[in-house]
Design a protein around this ligand. Sequence first.
Ligand code: CA
Length: 638
Amino acid sequence: MEKNIYDIEIKEELGVEYSKESSIFKIWSPFADNVYLNFYKYGEGDSFINRYELEKNDDGLWRVLVEGDLEGIYYTYTICHAQSTNEVVDIYAKALGLNGERGMIVDLSKTNPEGFYECKPQPFKRINDAVIYEVHIRDFSICETSGMENKGKFLALTKEGTKNIFGDSTGIDHIKQLGITHVHLLPIFDYATVNEAEYKFDEYNWGYDPKNYNTPEGSYATNSNDGYVRIKEFKELVMALHKNNIRVVMDVVYNHTYMTENSFFNHTVPDYYYRKRDGKFTNGSGCGNETASEHLMMRKFILDSVKYWAKEYMIDGFRFDLMGLHDIETMNLICDELEKIDEDIIVYGEGWVGGDSALPYETRAVRDNCDKTPKIAYFNDIFRDVVKGNVFNFSDKGYANGGGYLEESVKLSVLGCVENTLIDYSKTQRRPFAKSPKQVINYIEAHDNLTLWDKLYYSCPHSDERTREDMDKLAASIVFLSQGIPFIQAGQEFLRSKPSSTQRDKYEENSYNLSDFTNSIKWTKKSKYKNIFNYYKGLIELRKNHILFRLDNAQEIDKKITFLNDLPPFVVGYKLRDENEEIVVIFNPSNEDISIEGDFKGYKVYVNKYYAGNKSIFEINEEKIFVQDLSAYVLIKG
Ligand code: CA
């Protein structure tokens, strides 16, 4: 080969181009001496049919055209390098056999539920109009309390009308009731660690262990032997959500693969797809390797894959795991390409890395480089830690659970950590990072770390449950009333907990491979903590109905928000104002009821310690308000 491998960029589509008459197979493997295509009757076992030899061009692209209708045949490639010969799955495979060990040739036009591409959610324009809800497919339905059918599967999320034993809605109806706009699914592409064949009751994983990127995970399908089923059933899930005006975000994990030396990528083009230093794989993911998005064919792979999910599966958003391991140029290209497909697609991610990465800091898509990725939103870990305390120190407290002098940091969080002229930074060590509220995902609970409820337990061991409920509601108020994009984990709205299965009064944080006992959502809690659920629902409703909570840019923040002065210790208050209305928000994290004097007469109350919603509960008729301990208070005049 004459060219430098790092200059090669194959423009045409890779993978299988299927038609009834013939299929074309293309794979890029520039160092191989020979490449063979193997056909099998089944996705596993001894069912070999025959094999074809591929032909190579100058850029290392191998191809073969096979006559006839190959639908339903399973396939692999045998790639012969001087050092070794390996049988691999096509990294572009669009369908898979059991456990992702063979690709499958399918007619994708047969996988669409009726009306799939016509069934679109209502138009959506601004990312900060979103309310994001993080769901793990199995967690969401597997508990016997869910009242859902097809527990643990994609199909569980397709059925309307499901209820728990107390008659409260579960599943898709619950999501609708809460007012969520985007369901963010933990990995649903094919991952490695759950055996799809003998699916044991206790086999579980979050799915951050990628095996094949362009096909849904088999253990979430009712039948993982037939490659068609997982595709059809995942599309049914997407369509059911779309029909209910709920959008679907995929959690994508292109930053590493489960296997390293023996991954399909590495056997196809040895060493090319990963970063290395001194001849060794670098481990920026903390999972043994990191992919090299700056290498043109890896960049192409990520772009092709994301575009494929957006078009074929109508995916509405992508959450990039360890996005700091991807280079800024690749991330910006992804946004540009997705915008061409559908300008409503949202992109956000974790603006950090998981280990010592070989990617130069200035080229990483990390939080502090976010000025170079204007279309991408970043998880706001400053907000998270200010509101509930440091996630790595269980006993550490934040603003909502007795953390003390955090007023200036809370002001920064309320502004979504967007650069502004409103805050005196001499009083806080924390600094804004975002240029715009559209770049910030505000959250206090996600699959990583303790749930909020468990964090409150560990950080406030001497408080009673009622007090912790109040802390929870106060913390949630800060999430939904702040500038930026609110994000919650499924079940957070009724005090989700992850109890240890082995020890009493112990709660799990890194539960990625633990049992359903720990991870499942217990749906009877929705009825037990109806007050909490209603409070979250009310906050979402309020946020959606007032544009002032969803300001467009930093200039608007400077213009439309003012902080209240001379408040009692620990209390933060601010006013939002436009030509139509004025909103006053007060957070009182102290144990004392307080009164505040001011020009409040004529305002109506929409949020207090017990209620949140878009209907006011009473009107203020004096120049003074009373805010109870550990609570949020919202007044609106307009
Ligand atoms: Ca799998």
